[in-house]
Design a protein around this ligand. Structure first.
Ligand SMILES: C[S@@+](CC[C@H](N)C(=O)[O-])C[C@H]1O[C@@H](n2cnc3c(N)ncnc32)[C@H](O)[C@@H]1O
Length: 249
């Protein structure tokens, strides 16, 4: 949790949590948090982010109603680590009836997403500026998510850094409880060894099933939109691996 940051308006104690369960491990976010924001941009971000926080609600129905969506037909979609928001913006623009929540710790990325949303007049997207593991535990109601996206999570290639990876059994425990039955979990990476790690971790977890053939990565999904990170990987000669899984019934 980024305690020293004024942006942290989300509740952080389990007592505030609509979900009620305690984190079984202590998360620590590694990597860049601020980026190249001028003091003026930082001030603007501090003022704008609170308006974009989703309401706290105990159930999926109440959350979607508070977001002015039809709980019987709208999807609730969450992207973990949206970066500069390219993928999230495209999805939100293409699916105005759905509601999107983006979670990110990198402030320059948050600013980039807000600018995109404003430029394109997109109003179905909210932002939570915090560690995705805490957000899932504290802000997201149980069995509420139709789709969770994790695109190009930091690969932490050195073996001694593997514990920093976001895809871990404990993260999958959280996702299994926040996804609806048969809710989608899609992941993409240009790092083959991390792709295999993700597939093994999902397989061993037991709550998810692979929608591609067993022991296979998925072809590029129809919903796919290219991002800067994808291009970086492709230019470096790396292949993109897609994982399309869902929570079992
Ligand atoms: C390699 S970037 C990929 C960005 C984006 N998904 C894309 O495809 O362009 C990984 C992003 O995950 C964010 N991130 C890392 N750990 C996180 C966490 N625990 N909670 C939320 N975001 C996180 C980083 O700040 C970074 O922006």
């Amino acid at each position: 949790m980024i305690h020293d940051d004024p942006l942290q308006t989300a509740p952080h104690t389990p007592t505030d949590s609509p979900t009620g369960d305690a984190l079984p491990w202590k998360p620590k976010v590694h990597g860049r948090k601020r980026g190249f924001l001028t003091p003026r941009e930082k001030l603007w971000l501090d003022e704008t982010l609170p308006e974009l926080l989703p309401p706290v609600a105990p159930t999926r129905r109440e959350l979607l109603q508070a977001l002015e969506a039809d709980p019987d037909s709208a999807r609730l979609v969450l992207e973990v680590g949206f970066g500069n928001g390219q993928f999230l913006t495209r999805q939100a623009a293409a699916n105005p009836q759905d509601r999107f929540i983006g979670i990110e710790v990198f402030q320059e990325g948050m600013a980039a997403l807000i600018r995109r949303l404003q430029r394109e007049g997109i109003t179905n997207t909210r932002i939570i500026p915090d560690d995705a593991r805490l957000v899932l535990q504290e802000r997201i109601p149980p069995e509420s998510l139709d789709w969770v996206v994790i695109n190009f999570p930091d690969p932490w290639p050195k073996k001694r850094h593997h514990k920093r990876r976001i895809v871990q059994p404990e993260m999958l425990d959280l996702l299994a409880r926040r996804l609806r039955s048969r809710g989608l979990l899609t992941l993409a990476t240009d790092w083959e060894e991390y792709a295999l790690w993700m597939a093994d971790t999902l397989e061993n977890h037991g709550a998810f099933e692979n929608l591609a053939a067993p022991d296979r990565f998925a072809p590029q999904p129809e919903f796919w939109h290219e991002t800067r990170f994808e291009l970086k990987g492709v230019h470096a000669g790396r292949r993109i691996h897609h994982l399309v899984w869902r929570r079992k019934d």
